[in-house]
Write a protein that binds this ligand. Structure first.
Ligand code: SF4
Ligand code: SF4
Ligand code: FES
Length: 715
């Protein structure tokens, strides 16, 4: 191990350590622009120059590996002089517009000029000026502020595996940005903005809203998917104005839903008081009246022999599921509760993988039944990283994958509705059985499947089962895992499906959302409570939802917005957003995480656990006397300490909604349309993403549809 002396401090570091990292070990910060701990070293900017005794030139600390016996100076006169010149050159063309720059206060150039530069800009000539590029609702690129560190470009190349974002021209005429796109929104755009050390990439969402030092940041967890990225929620005047990702957990990167998908919290259309139906109108009422109405009506219907059911979105907290579940099961006496409101028929399953760090170490991956970048975006980035950085092999058994396909060895791309059949064929191929008949009509040829089977046998695979896999598909994947000795990773819809399951928010009698809706439609279930999801938007069978809601005697909707589901309600009660209350969520790897409260609840809105508590009190059988969510969290911890039950198939014979074997179409919302209250995120709405329908080619020809054409679908 080389021994070195840095600024008089002796240390020993492993061979191959750069000067910058060695210095960091002894607490010496070397200023750097192009260096970023999660990108490959590039040595572009020269901000990190240091002096090595006996070496005639200053050396870039971020790419120079220490050698035994080196005496390094990070703050000598020569180094100080070099930094001063470099900073002066950088601001030759940089407008001194800090007073109107959203990055001010959080800008590395501002900080370094202040710390290491000269107070004055000596250039009196006209500087280069570039037009500002307004790249759609998410970001603005101001080339005049760019210092050409290329962090954004390298992110696109290294992490995303390619993006329409590059550096063009040469020398001081180099420009950075998209080559073709006039609107830039590429799922992971937030990271480019966050990586930019200056205000060259800023977001429209935060544009001129406030100053960074006026925001209070609270560490919390993203509410959009179960990857559970840690976020810092920036609040001012009880509004959520900015999100940062400083904790680099579970990944250094987040997706645009985590970074930009929070505008719904401050939306002017939020309903902030309880409402009750009076004829065709909804009238504002007090909480007391609303609770009295809900409990009175439910008691009345139960007394008449009617059933009561409750459905809650898989994006809520464990505290919510625990108390609503107890209210329904222990107070009302109904087992009809469920969280699988996107139409899934399976419950979450265990995995031996512990984190994304385990994923990145995977040697081979099989992904079945989900476009992972749509529903688990940072998991998709991590699988991509395993392929591009560590040489992992990736095999896709996914209809119309839109991101991971660029990393895949084999992308089988089965026709809509054939993913499970092809999985069955793959299992047979791996077991050396005959499988050709299973491939018939699937659009996958024998050669491709053979390659997948062979590849999976060569390296220990991670088998990723997406949320489109129904019970039979999951069973097949489990068998494949046994045969290959692979790790299983089943993905679920929502940011806390695993928590809902672990809290027992499901029917132990084997009910499913579909069965509950059918019982509503048939009149068996008389009263339904729906929390935080528009069934018309997200449950795959809109016709069943309509029939179910139309036949109810009493519908209570707890939500932030007056959705289409709410338009059928008899009583509407206002819900808090994820930023207005704390609680526990369980991530993809079954790891409990803490959501924290960053804002006070808006208006009279309440979180679901509090609603359940109030309902139980109104009923006369209080569930407890919890004053704060932390008290409920103690009960949640006890539940989470129990080993999760494994319920493989509760809904045998359940209809697979929308996508079934041989069905001609696969309907999916695009990236900027997936997540919590996403239709109320103004920037995402402006992107006008249309739901995507993938048609079986033969069927498309039969009905005369062409690629890119708009279609209307009815279910
Ligand atoms: S836009 Fe920002 S991140 Fe990209 S090269 Fe310029 S300064 Fe660096
Ligand atoms: S949506 Fe999922 S992947 Fe994206 S930031 Fe949120 S938790 Fe992370
Ligand atoms: S940080 Fe070392 S050259 Fe840019």
């Amino acid at each position: 191990m080389p021994k070195v002396v840095i600024d008089g401090i002796e240390l020993e570091v492993p061979a191959g350590t750069t000067i910058l990292k060695a210095a960091a070990k002894v607490g010496i910060d070397i200023p750097a622009f192009c260096y970023h701990p999660y990108l490959k070293p590039a040595g572009i900017c020269r901000m990190c120059l240091v002096e090595v005794k006996g070496n005639p030139r200053l050396l870039p600390a971020c790419i120079t590996e220490v050698q035994d016996g080196w005496e390094i100076y990070t703050n000598s006169d020569a180094v100080k002089e070099a930094r001063k010149w470099l900073l002066e050159f950088l601001i030759v063309n940089h407008p001194l517009d800090c007073p109107i720059c959203d990055q001010a206060g959080d800008c590395e150039l501002q900080d370094f000029v202040f710390k290491y530069g000269e107070p004055e800009q000596r250039l009196r000539d006209e500087s280069f000026k570039y037009p500002t590029r307004y790249l759609g609702p998410l970001i603005v690129h101001q080339m005049s502020r760019c210092i050409l560190c290329r962090r954004c470009v390298r992110f696109g190349e290294e992490v995303m595996g390619g993006a329409d974002w590059g550096a063009y021209e040469r020398g001081h005429e180099t420009v950075v940005g998209p080559y073709e796109s006039e609107i830039f929104a590429d799922r992971y755009t937030f990271n480019m903005e966050a990586l930019c050390p200056v205000g060259a990439i800023t977001t429209n969402i935060y544009r001129y809203k406030t100053r960074i030092w006026k925001l209070d940041f609270t560490p919390s967890v993203c509410a959009h998917c179960e990857v559970g990225c840690w976020l810092d929620l920036g609040e001012r005047d009880n509004q959520l104005l900015k999100v940062k990702h400083t904790a680099v957990y579970p990944s250094p990167w987040i997706c645009d839903r985590g970074g930009y998908g929070f505008e719904f919290v401050n939306h002017s259309e939020r309903i902030l008081v309880p409402l009750k139906r009076e004829g065709n109108k909804m009238k504002a009422v007090s909480w007391k009246e609303a609770l009295g109405l809900v409990v009175g009506k439910i008691k009345e219907l139960v007394a008449q022999g009617g059933k009561v059911a409750a459905l809650a979105s898989p994006h809520l907290t464990c505290e919510d599921y625990l108390l609503l579940g107890r209210f329904m099961k222990e107070v009302v006496g109904s087992d009809l509760v469920d969280y699988r409101l996107y139409g899934g028929l399976s419950h979450p399953e265990k995995t031996s993988l512990k984190s994304l760090d385990d994923v990145v170490k995977g040697e081979a991956f099989l992904v079945v039944g989900e476009d992972v970048s749509l529903h688990h975006p940072v998991l998709a980035l991590t699988i991509g990283e395993a392929c591009s950085d560590n040489g992992a092999s990736l095999y896709l058994l996914v209809t119309a994958d839109s991101f991971l396909c660029k990393f895949a060895q084999v992308n089988t791309n089965p026709l809509p509705g054939y993913e499970e059949r092809v999985l069955e064929a793959l299992l047979a191929a791996v077991e050396g059985k005959d499988y050709e008949a299973l491939l018939e009509g699937s659009g996958v040829d024998k050669e491709a499947l053979e390659k997948v089977a062979q590849g999976l046998k060569e390296k220990k695979p991670v088998l990723v089962g997406g949320n489109r896999l129904f019970p039979k598909g999951r069973e097949l994947l489990r068998k494949l895992g046994e045969v290959l000795g692979g790790e299983l990773l089943f993905l679920d819809w929502g940011s806390n499906a695993k928590g809902a399951f672990q809290m027992g928010f499901w029917s132990s009698q084997g009910g499913s959302v579909e069965e509950i809706l059918k019982q509503c439609a048939s009149g068996e279930v008389k009263a339904l409570f729906v929390s935080s999801m528009d069934l018309f938007r997200d449950y795959p069978n809109g016709a069943l939802v309509k029939e179910a809601l139309s036949n109810l005697d009493f519908l209570v909707v707890h939500d932030m917005f007056f959705t289409e589901t709410a338009s059928y309600s008899d009583c509407f009660i206002p819900a808090t957003s994820f930023a207005e209350d704390g609680g526990t969520v369980v991530n993809l790897f079954w790891e409990p995480q803490n959501r924290k409260r960053a804002l006070r609840p808006w208006g009279e809105s309440l979180p679901l656990w509090k609603v359940a508590l109030h309902l139980s009190k109104e009923w006369g059988e209080p569930l407890g006397d919890f004053q704060d969510v932390k008290e409920v969290s103690q009960l949640v911890s006890q539940e989470l300490s129990k080993e999760p039950s494994q319920v493989h198939q509760l809904s045998s014979g359940g209809q697979v909604p929308l996508e079934g074997e041989g069905l001609p179409a696969l309907f999916e919302y695009p990236f900027y349309k997936v997540g919590v209250a996403i239709d109320y995120c103004n920037a995402f709405v402006q992107l006008e993403p249309e739901p995507r329908v993938t048609l079986n080619a033969e069927y498309a020809e039969e009905v005369g549809f062409k690629e890119g054409e708009k279609v209307a679908m009815e279910v």
